[in-house]
Design a binder for this molecule. Structure first.
Ligand code: PLP
Length: 358
């Protein structure tokens, strides 16, 4: 790990994410990682049934949803905090722990940096090294908050679980926020997740999102799991009714759908193997080792701006990853979609790379 100089951006300038608003042109969107199998039919049914509830305020405690999440993870209800997407919880966490100095394991999701800056914290950036950005523990040296993604966006890398737990245990005065937004796509989720460790680690908070797995980014739903004291600090920062009635109903239905999960595991495994395998055979780019539902590509002979523009001309949207701290203008992230779309992605990428990078 190597500490980077502070890039000095203003928080607002960091807001650039994958995914575009619907209905603008024919773009096939490979820039945001949303499960193409979703939303599950049972979830849409539950949302339709819940529609009359929009005329009342929702349960401010989201009690039924929280009870269901707590049962799923084998923790007490007071250890679960739900939010309007995990983004809301990411924004609230630095305020909740009154972070004065935060450390971010880079390159990663830029909201950790933005949330820390907005809460008035100083931010240190620690860059994972090696060809695939393999993350390693480091001495957070006085940071009160450490952020990391597991699997990490945009690199797709995973931490060695035992090393990560040892690291969290070694710095009990630092809160570790472990973002598992993309872990539920992995069939090994139960044994890879750190949620079961919160019982032993009062300084650990695990963030989860339901919007990617169940394809509900327009509805917004996420949660965090921690020991009761830390969970309460986070809950105190949230506005009332932040999880609306439809999202509560959707979450309850989603968590019952085991068949959807099984189909998702199969899709993720097959499409990762296909896309990464085929892209590895192409000249001008190298797919980094990914454990999840997107892959970071390192380009040779052209820039991300050039390649994304060429793909856009052909109706394909991919994520120019050059604004992630620690990445340069040679990185592009692509998310996996349906088998048919992914075949088109591989063919168009091959053609565009030959045209732009060759
Ligand atoms: C790593 C990571 N965490 C959290 C989020 C936020 O997800 P949501 O607010 O939809 O739960 C995103 C969204 O792209 C993400 O990439």
């Amino acid at each position: 790990m190597r500490q980077l100089p502070h890039p000095g951006p203003r928080p607002a300038r960091l807001v650039r994410h994958g995914g575009g608003p619907a209905g603008r042109g024919p773009a096939l969107d490979f820039s945001a990682s949303i499960n193409p199998l979703g939303p599950p039919a049972a979830v849409l049914r539950a949302v339709r049934l819940a529609l009359p509830a929009v005329a009342r305020y929702p349960d401010p405690a989201s009690a039924a949803l929280i009870a269901r999440l707590a049962a799923r993870h084998g923790v007490a209800a007071e250890q679960v905090v739900v939010g309007n997407g995990s983004s809301e919880l990411i924004q609230a966490l630095p305020r909740a722990v009154r972070a004065r100095r935060a450390a971010v394991v880079e390159p990663t999701y830029t909201e950790y940096l933005r949330a820390s800056l907005l809460a008035g914290a100083e931010v240190e950036h620690w860059l994972a090294e090696g060809d695939d950005f393999t993350p390693e523990p480091f001495d957070p040296a006085g940071a009160d908050l450490v952020w990391l993604g597991n699997p990490n966006n945009p690199t797709g890398s995973m931490w060695d679980r035992a090393r990560l737990i040892d690291w969290v245990r070694s710095f009990p005065r630092t809160v570790f926020a472990v973002d598992e937004a993309f872990l539920p796509f992995d069939p090994g989720e139960a044994s890879l997740s750190l949620v079961s460790e919160v019982q032993h680690l009062p300084n650990l908070l695990v963030l989860r999102s339901l919007t990617k797995l169940y394809a509900l980014p327009g509805l917004r739903l996420g949660y965090a799991v921690a020991q009761p004291e830390l969970a309460e600090l986070l809950r105190e920062q949230l506005p009332p009714w932040s999880v609306n009635a439809l999202a509560q109903a959707a979450g309850l239905a989603a968590l019952d759908d085991d068949d959807f999960l099984r189909r998702t595991y199969r899709w993720a495994e097959e499409e990762r193997t296909f896309v990464c395998g085929r892209l590895a055979e192409l000249p001008y780019l190298r797919p980094l080792e990914s454990r999840t539902v997107f892959v970071l590509l390192r380009l040779h002979g052209c820039t991300a701006a050039g390649l994304t523009a060429a793909l856009a001309q052909r109706g394909l949207l991919v994520r120019d990853a050059s604004n992630f701290v620690g990445l340069d203008g040679r990185h592009v992230r692509v998310s996996f979609r349906s088998p048919e779309d992914n075949r088109r992605l591989v063919a168009e990428l091959a053609a565009c790379a030959a045209e732009v990078c060759g």
